[in-house]
Design a protein around this ligand. Structure first.
Ligand SMILES: [Zn+2]
Ligand SMILES: [Zn+2]
Length: 144
């Protein structure tokens, strides 16, 4: 039987297997539209959510049978965190996010992470407009 510490990861794997569509990546980074090195980010660490929840409920998820018995209940009660609060990011933006919020961001920082992602997106879009303006200026410059 797997040891407790190992099973933390295994328990999440069981959630992943069941909630598959929540782990399917978009084909572009939601900040910069980049299409390479895409990774998935949940603003709520599913590992932390699952362990806190099981602890509160008094569930033993240290065995496969234990997690399988309560898996559906966990997914049902955390639908938003599992299916909606998930973002496809390029490696560059993913690393940047975790450099700000830590390797396993605290649960309470989830709204802040969402805001950060939105802000980076706005910055990116504003930057694109900036590039277009410069390009236009370049075109005008050709007349001189
Ligand atoms: Zn990106
Ligand atoms: Zn992440």
């Amino acid at each position: 039987m797997a040891k407790n510490t190992d099973n933390k990861r295994i328990a999440v794997k069981h959630v992943r297997d069941k909630a598959k569509s929540a782990y399917e990546k978009d084909d572009h980074c939601c900040i910069c539209d980049g299409r390479e090195d895409l990774e998935l980010h949940h603003t709520h660490s599913i590992t932390i959510l699952l362990n806190d929840w099981a602890h509160k409920k008094g569930y033993d998820i240290s065995t496969d049978a234990g997690i399988l018995a309560v898996r559906d209940e966990f997914i049902e009660q955390h639908h938003k965190q599992i299916y909606e609060d998930v973002y496809t990011l390029c490696n560059r933006h993913h690393v940047k996010l975790h450099s700000i919020y830590g390797k396993a961001p605290a649960t309470h920082s989830a709204p802040k992470q969402t805001l950060w992602i939105q802000k980076q997106r706005e910055k990116f879009l504003a930057g694109e407009t900036g590039i277009k303006t410069v390009a236009t200026a370049g075109t005008f410059a050709q007349f001189y």
